[in-house]
Design a protein around this ligand. Structure first.
Ligand code: ADP
Ligand code: MG
Length: 225
């Protein structure tokens, strides 16, 4: 397993968002986490990615118990090992596409020239090379989302976490984003954890689990056979 959670509980004040979730994720697979709005999908994604610490239970990533780590250790882990895509690209509005994608590389210590070359190559792979010089305000929703995927994948993360990545797109743009995102992730051996309530988006995954009222369907735990 690349990710495993056992007995995870999490509350926001009186709201018991996760009520004992067990889940396993295999290296290199694309897993869709489905379920109605408010069921706990985003909370589960955030716990798996170490964005929030669970109130109870364990989370393991690649043999490391991330649920025992400090906030700072989890932040380092996220920077090194994980990529994130959200519903709205959340690109930096004052930077052109290539600079948006180069930022995480430069934060990790890469020089500007090398980072921009890598960013351009990643934009090419995602089919948005021609808009490398555009600002987010000049892009369509689908273009902006592909740039966001390029930024998430450019540092070659082990796991890509995507939360409703097509939620703000029309169906054609959604298809293009899912095609390139899952294609590039597959080619790089990247594990994908995809939260969506849209069955068409989920169909890009190899496996689906369903969250309801903070609990997950049976079948989310795999045997290590
Ligand atoms: N930061 C927060 N503060 C308070 N309540 C929250 C917060 N985040 C989520 N919740 C609540 O936790 C429950 C699960 O939310 P969430 O995981 O975002 O569901 P989903 O992603 O499936 O729509 C909901 O009842 C939601 O209102
Ligand atoms: Mg959500």
């Amino acid at each position: 397993m690349i990710l495993s959670a056992r007995g995870v509980h999490h509350s926001f004040g009186p709201v018991h968002a996760l009520r004992g979730v067990d889940i396993d994720i295999l290296p290199g697979e694309a897993l869709a986490i489905m379920g109605p709005s408010g069921s706990g999908k985003s909370t589960l994604l955030h716990v798996l990615a170490g964005v929030i610490a669970a109130d109870a239970g364990t989370v393991d990533f690649d043999g490391h118990r991330t649920s025992d780590m400090t906030e700072a250790e989890r932040a380092q882990l996220r920077l090194r090992e994980f990529g994130f895509v959200f519903q709205f690209g959340q690109l930096l509005p004052d930077l052109i596409a290539v600079d948006n994608v180069a930022v995480p590389l430069m934060l990790a210590g890469m020089g500007r020239r090398e980072a921009e070359d890598a960013a351009r190559a990643e934009l090419d792979e995602l089919g948005v090379g021609p808009i490398a010089g555009k600002y987010p305000g000049e892009m369509s929703g689908g273009e902006a989302q592909r740039v966001a995927v390029a930024r998430a994948l450019v540092s070659r993360p082990r796991v890509l976490f995507a939360d409703e990545p097509t939620g703000s797109l029309d169906s054609l743009a959604a298809e293009q984003v899912m095609d390139v995102m899952t294609g590039v992730a597959r080619d790089g051996g990247t594990t994908v954890v995809l939260v969506t309530h849209d069955p068409r988006t989920a169909s890009y995954a190899q496996r689906e689990v369903v969250v309801r009222d903070g609990q997950i369907t049976t079948g989310a735990v795999l045997s290590e056979a």
